[in-house]
Design a protein around this ligand. Structure first.
Ligand code: F6R
Length: 363
């Protein structure tokens, strides 16, 4: 049931405010305490967190790496499951292993989990399907409560994964004494405001549609982001190529001059994901390098960013202000909308893109 939407993907994008609220309410008690099933989790007993996933779920892990390291001072490594499983990575004691999967059945992710079984101190998972193999084989499985996701391109599962990982990072930071009470409360309040902001961001659908008419003509598209927005650039590029079949690549903004800038000319739209945060000026100078070579920049930013960096850009999508830490959750929405509308403009099968399966149960 598409609930009046043209595609499941559109429905699932639109559902995000309510799904995110459900996930937040599931893990937070009235007074803001974090609730976990069973014995809970002792983040002080961990020296390292190893996160493993595939595709979009691996980008959620990459965002979470920035969070765990900054908020909790907990070192994190992130791997795609197909690489992790065959590398025989050493798992030092006091390492927790965390697997993120919408379906909970992805063959490579499950194999990576089994590899960690007798090596990691604890096996955690963040899943959408609570009865899945990955959930069953974990010491602690945390549901994201996104509800069934039908569109092959993951949307609401990604944002719900991010919210659950954000809550975990906050809890880790609190337990490890890495932030004071006031900072914790402030960050938690900011996280609770995300569903409302996501609801606002859905209003960018029309503007995305307008921009998409031009994106649909491109052969190649670049995405740039810095810091916690780098994984969002990766997600934007993956989403776009999956459903519009346009070749899209993402780079950390700072990597531009180490190679990819050679691709830039006036036929290559460059989508820059950049809220006005502590790294904004650096991203803007990368953006100027692109524009100096004729690149058409689409800047996805907030009001302040739009005020100071509008000069010379081709188009802007302006999002509401958001705490810099949680911006990746909000900026997932324009990444999804751009892919969706570009696919529509190209006339592709949005919910069932060619060559892709919703659940990849063979390696
Ligand atoms: C992208 C997408 C895939 C999945 C990947 C992992 O839109 O849907 O990249 O994220 O196949 O699937 P799960 O999360 O089920 O393990």
């Amino acid at each position: 049931d598409k609930a009046g939407h043209r595609h499941f993907m559109a429905k699932e994008i639109a559902e995000q405010p309510s799904r995110l609220t459900t996930a937040l309410n599931h893990y937070l008690a009235e007074d803001g305490t974090f609730r976990l099933p069973g014995q809970g989790l002792d983040f002080r007993a961990m020296d390292r967190l190893t996160m493993v996933a595939c595709g979009t779920a691996s980008y959620a892990c990459l965002v979470a790496k920035y969070w765990f390291e900054q908020i909790a001072g907990l070192p994190v490594d992130v791997d795609v499951a197909s690489e992790f499983r065959y590398r025989e990575p050493p798992i030092p004691p006091r390492t927790a292993a965390l697997f993120v999967s919408q379906s909970g059945e992805t063959a490579d992710t499950l194999a990576a989990l089994r590899y960690c079984r007798d090596k990691a101190a604890t096996i955690l998972s963040v899943v959408n399907v609570a009865e899945s193999s990955i959930a069953r084989e974990s010491d602690l499985a945390l549901p994201i409560l996104a509800g069934p996701e039908i569109g092959v391109a993951s949307t609401k599962a990604f944002s719900c994964q991010l919210v659950v990982l954000a809550l975990l990072a906050l809890e880790a930071g609190r337990q490890r004494g890495h932030m004071d009470e006031a900072t914790h409360a402030e960050r938690l309040a900011a996280l609770r405001s995300i569903p409302g902001l996501v609801n606002h961001a859905l209003g960018l659908s029309e503007a995305s549609d307008r921009v998409a008419a031009k994106l649909a003509e491109a052969r190649d598209i670049l995405f740039l982001g810095r810091g916690r927005m780098y994984p969002l650039a990766l997600e934007g590029a993956l989403k776009l190529k999956e459903i519009s079949y346009i070749h899209a690549e993402a780079y950390a903004s700072g990597e531009l001059k180490h190679g990819p800038i050679a691709l830039v000319d006036k036929s290559v739209p460059v989508i820059v994901m950049a809220p006005h945060d502590e790294l904004f000026d650096k991203t803007v100078s990368n953006m100027q390098e692109v524009m100096a070579r004729g690149g058409q920049v689409l800047l996805v930013t907030d009001r302040e960013g739009a005020n100071v960096a509008a000069h010379g850009v081709w188009e802007m999508l302006v999002l509401p202000d958001v705490a810099a830490l949680w911006a990746p959750i909000l900026y997932a929405v324009p990444a999804q909308l751009l892919a969706y509308h570009t696919a529509i403009a190209k006339g592709t099968d949005v919910d069932q893109p060619r060559n892709l399966a919703k659940s990849v149960t063979v390696e």
